[in-house]
Design a protein around this ligand. Sequence first.
Ligand code: PMP
Length: 353
Amino acid sequence: MSRFFSNKYSTLVPYTPGEQPKDLKYIKLNTNESPFPPSKKVLDAVKCEAGSLQLYSDPECSALHEKIAELCGVAKGEVLSTNGSDEILNFAFMAFCDKERPIVFPDITYGFYPVFAEINGIPYEKIPLKDDFSIDANDYIGINKNIVIANPNAPTGMYMGLDDIERIVKSNPNNVVIIDEAYIDFGGESAIPLTKKYDNLIVTRTFSKSYSMAGARLGFGVANESLIRDMNTIKYSTNPYNVNRMSQGAGIGAIIDNVYYMNNCATIIKNRQYTVDALTSLGFEVLPSKANFVFARCHKIGGEELYLELKSRGILVRHFTQERIKNFNRITIGTMEQMEALIKEIENILEGR
Ligand code: PMP
């Protein structure tokens, strides 16, 4: 830390992104990216927009918001796109939380939530998952604090039904509920239609996973117009051109090619089932997942040891050191070839144990 670093950040522990190693060509199953390339319309749009990079991007993201609104069945004014969904999450924390309006989230969830809280000086509370690692909706009923829940949750992959989401939103009418749907396209049902009914609900989504665009940094939020206006106040006070020209074009291209991406999601769901079955038959406990990853542990080998063994064999998965989940690994679902290679290596590692 330099002697110039602001005191207000002196205890800040930043988010640690998954490894992006440059040394070897790994089978990368550690950051929940899609194994499939972007579609042709995305590539064409990026090429086309690259020719106009001397010009700022549209700060209103008008054409993109029209397409997102159409895709989600909402009005254009109910959409705000951002530089990855991380940015809309941060905007929501900045816009709606403060010392008087703290936020709660599960103890095991997306590691960025406490960081957004810390950097913005927002008090927060972690609510433990149940013993089976599911979220107990009852813990959030009438809690009278702002709430953020990833659905499906990460890194567990476990999904909460819309009935429970609605109960939570309805019972906290004076607080904002953020439902982070980064992984919703892999088998869950979106809460976006509920934004019509509840003025305290924000649903966030991303193009990083199901739309094969993690490198483009494009996410968005859907909520009623007044919440969107508040988040726009934050956006125009920090970075009005937050979504670059190429990513705006890419997002439009991706939505036009929606069928391609939804077919890819169906393939991931199929490959996930293969992976769950194969891991289970090797003695793993695999949490029920509706995401493009599974969270699994095996009594024959520790979580960190398996992670290191796989890494030394050219396969990257994600290991977390938090006590309660240290024996698990989060494994992104890739192509069938990648999953077969993973299972083969795990068989080799477990041989004789
Ligand atoms: N929410 C969850 C639960 C995530 O796992 C991620 C990915 N790290 C994000 C949000 C943010 O993704 P992005 O900024 O790429 O949209």
